[in-house]
Write a protein that binds this ligand. Structure first.
Ligand SMILES: [Zn+2]
Length: 550
């Protein structure tokens, strides 16, 4: 429902109220004027102007819209509300009541608030059906969701070890709902998403809680919260991720979905106990702002031509290697996007699903229900695929299925956690694959890293300490001297010569040397070229490649 449609519906409803003698035309005029000049919803306007009681309004809305009445809220589905975002629901006085196969049942006091209803319909991918309730009924339900507070304001939970009692859990829930905690968590998540961060770190320290975000690969402090908020912050995040708030001694993993500026954002949550209490890392899985284009990532024309040939092959395996955070997944998806068309059936098996691609069937690995990479891959192979993306090859079973798929006429794209392209072959033999299978199936390996780009505005000059504050500010790079990242890569094609070495089980160094003899530019040489071209810096190459993760 657009704003115009919502307005038209409200006007029609006001005329109905006048016709039914519930409202005078003068009252309808005042309501209409107030609605046009403020952002208050219909029910607030009518009750605040003293034109109608909210229970009267609810029953007239029910008749006008031919909807079922309030009924009771016997079993609120807390998980459903958490999924929609408790704060979002509370702020908009709307409750998702039930998720049916095709429909989503919502309780609302403002059926004309199209945007909110549409957002929830979109979030759950269902057609909305409405049940009218009064605002008091709805806010009453949200109050019920928070358990009654204990007396005694200073009776807070700082640290407590051991088994949590029901009483402790109630107190945890309470402090997780306090305004400063809710605001802090919301503010940090919003800021991180808006700045394009990949991770949020909540780190309890002796006297405070440090919150840092990672973007462009670097951690930056964004907040320091008082130690007293720690339990509240942790519990708030756990509730959002549907984790066990009573458990504080073992690590927990979960997921949550939040709405930032009307966009659904998925987050993966990891909670780990530390000396100073539980530490949390939130991985932001929204990558809608990342361009899945090989050129934008930094692959030059020659590299793109080769990648295009590889990704259009009918069968075989393409591997992308690098440590965590080297941009492997982004390259993987960009390759897949090149290949995606209406005549190609593409499946992905991932953990987690980081990008959603139209026209591609994506499977999330769920070890908790025994759906691991190998099991998921086996079922995908029964679905007549042309191309299969496997998020990562971590074990022998997955590697074996990938090789079998490549040998039976499928193209498999995947990643491996190795330092060099040549390392892919030795890693696969290390996990138990016969080397002679590799030369025949693997078409090529890309080894890559991400380097921060020199800021184009200040050419990196802001990174140096400024002589005076006036010289300092470069809004484009926030005085880091860098803005965005570029990929440094090496591309190892499996040729007759390298295949012979690979099949004989040669060492990583020998495969690398042979590939270089055949013209491969090494990762380090490519990176040095980027320094010469002023795209990145010597310091960055040292940090990421020479001193990078071993
Ligand atoms: Zn700059």
């Amino acid at each position: 429902m657009t704003i115009q449609e919502a307005r038209a519906n409200i006007e029609e409803f006001l005329r109905y109220l006048v016709a039914a003698d519930v409202l005078s035309s003068e009252g309808a005029g005042r309501a209409s004027h107030a609605l046009a000049s403020t952002t208050h919803p219909l029910d607030t306007v009518l009750t605040e102007l003293g034109l109608l009681r909210e229970d009267e309004l609810a029953s007239h809305l029910t008749v006008f819209l031919k909807l079922p009445g309030p009924g009771d809220f016997a079993d609120l589905d807390q998980a459903l509300i958490n999924s929609a975002g408790l704060q979002f629901c509370e702020d908009n006085a709307i409750i998702p009541l039930a998720l049916e196969p095709d429909t989503l049942l919502l309780a609302t006091c403002d059926p004309f608030s199209g945007g909110v209803i549409d957002a929830l319909a979109f979030h759950f991918d269902r057609t909305p059906t409405l049940r009218i309730a009064t605002r008091s009924q709805i806010t009453g339900q949200f109050k019920m969701l928070q358990l009654p507070a204990e007396a005694g304001g200073d009776d807070r939970i700082g640290e407590f070890d051991g088994e949590a009692t029901a009483h402790d859990i109630d107190r945890l829930r309470d402090i997780a709902r306090e305004a400063p905690v809710v605001r802090l968590v919301t503010r940090v998540i919003n800021e991180a998403v808006e700045r394009g961060a990949t991770d949020i770190h909540v780190e309890p320290q002796e006297d405070n809680v440090r919150i840092r975000i990672r973007f462009d690969g670097m951690l930056t402090p964004v907040e320091t919260a008082p130690r007293s908020l720690h339990a509240g912050i942790v519990t708030r995040i756990k509730i959002m991720a549907q984790l066990n708030i009573a458990e504080r001694r073992i690590p927990q993993d979960g997921r949550m979905r939040v709405v930032v500026r009307g966009q659904n954002i998925d987050l993966r949550v990891s909670v780990v106990p530390s000396v100073h209490g539980e530490a949390i890392v939130l991985r932001i899985l929204d990558r809608s702002r990342v361009k899945l284009e090989l050129a934008a990532l930094g692959f030059d024309q020659q590299a793109r031509d080769r990648l295009s040939a590889w990704s259009h092959a009918a069968n075989g395996i393409l591997l992308i290697t690098g440590p965590t955070g080297s941009g492997k997944t982004t390259t993987l998806y960009s390759l897949l996007k090149e290949r995606n068309s209406t005549d190609t059936k593409i499946f992905t098996v991932e953990d987690p699903i980081e990008y959603r691609l139209a026209g591609v069937t994506q499977l999330q690995v769920e070890p908790a229900i025994d759906l691991d990479f190998a099991t998921a891959l086996r079922s995908v192979l029964r679905q007549d695929p042309d191309v299969i993306l496997v998020g990562e090859i971590r074990d022998r079973e997955t590697a074996e299925i990938a090789i079998r798929a490549a040998l039976t006429g499928h193209l498999v794209l995947s990643t491996l956690h190795t330092n060099s392209a040549a390392g892919a072959f030795t890693r696969l033999t290390d996990i138990g694959i016969d080397s002679y299978l590799l030369g025949a199936t693997i078409r090529g390996v890309i080894g890559q890293r991400l380097l921060r780009r020199t800021c184009p505005q200040c050419k990196g000059r802001s990174a140096k300490p400024a002589a005076s504050p006036a010289q300092a500010a470069c809004p484009s790079c926030r005085n880091t001297g860098y803005s965005g990242r570029v990929v440094a890569y090496e591309m190892l094609p499996v040729t007759e010569k390298t295949a012979a070495l690979i099949n004989s089980g040669a060492r990583e160094e020998d495969i690398h040397a042979a590939a270089r003899q055949e013209g491969m530019l090494s990762l380090l040489d490519h990176a040095r070229g980027l320094v010469r071209d002023g795209v990145t810096t010597e310091a960055e190459v040292r940090r990421v490649i020479e001193l990078g993760e071993a």
